[in-house]
Design a binder for this molecule. Sequence first.
Ligand SMILES: [Zn+2]
Length: 85
Amino acid sequence: MRCEDMAERLTDLMEGRLDPDEEAAALAHLAGCVHCETVLADTRDAVQLAQDHGRVELADEDRARMLDSIVGQLAAPRDAPSADR
Ligand SMILES: [Zn+2]
């Protein structure tokens, strides 16, 4: 699996909608790809922060838009992935 494939599956992976073998392939890629692992962690953080701090349920379209923007990072890797912590 390539990072592009991972990007397509990221949302489904987070929502548990992948087939078992697709999920296994995605997790295997994540285990060996720091970039995708970082993007997934950022995505989870962003969703969690929005829910914790805003005390609001994210509308599906809002969450999809946020995920789209984060998933877009897969196509444009950041220079310093861990500099903001
Ligand atoms: Zn990757």
